[in-house]
Design a protein. Structure first.
Length: 206
């Protein structure tokens, strides 16, 4: 569990990295506590205020790097490397909100038959990763809540995110993983940071 203060520092750090990178300034030094030295998955999501439209979202689904490093790289990627969007421009910084999702390690969902998978997916709590061969797609826990998906629809949409047919989760050999996230978000650009309930209306990483 991350504290509210950890969340505030994570969002503040991501905001500083985004602004520094967009303005082409010297990379900022993040002075973060010891919990950020441990390896953790993280996603940084940028949305346009007040519309809530997604502006960029990239991260590390698995704990491959210390959180501080993963947070920095994800923040840079969200504002400049998301292939769905052009890089964020300096003039946009006053209208961009920053959100950070701190992830638990993904765990494979083991079932006797694929049709049992929806029983093991809790919408509003779980995020999903679908993997088959070289194809891999991830959706954060916020996404199915916003779109009103049931577990089966969530599985199908994660397959689509991976570039697979929507029913690929029903095929033997497809791996499905789930994880949880603690989400912290600015209430306005550079505004107060709060722990976000996953049932809030909000632009999400989709």
């Amino acid at each position: 569990m991350f504290s509210d203060e950890d969340g505030r520092l994570a969002v503040g750090g991501a905001r500083a990295v985004v602004e520094g990178h967009v303005r082409k300034e010297t990379p900022v030094r993040l002075d973060l506590p010891s919990v950020f030295k441990k390896k953790s998955g993280v996603f940084v999501t940028l949305t346009t205020h007040p519309s809530g439209d997604l502006r960029g979202c990239i991260g590390y689904p698995e704990p491959l790097l210390p959180l501080e490093e993963a947070l920095r790289d994800s923040a840079v990627s969200a504002c400049s490397r998301d292939p769905r969007f052009p890089p964020v421009k300096p003039a946009e910084l006053d209208t961009v909100k920053v959100e950070v999702s701190l992830l638990t390690p993904p765990e494979e969902i083991k079932v006797k038959k694929p049709t049992d998978l929806p029983k093991h997916v809790e919408v509003g709590s779980d995020g999903l990763i679908v993997q088959r061969g070289l194809n891999r797609g991830l959706l954060l826990p916020q996404v199915p809540v916003e779109w009103g998906w049931n577990p089966a629809e969530f599985l199908s949409q994660t397959c689509l995110k991976a570039g697979l047919a929507p029913d690929t989760w029903l095929r033997e050999g497809t791996k499905v993983f789930k994880f949880q996230a603690e989400v912290f978000s600015e209430d306005s650009p550079r505004g107060a940071v709060k722990r976000r309930s996953l049932d809030e209306e909000h632009g999400t990483c989709h």
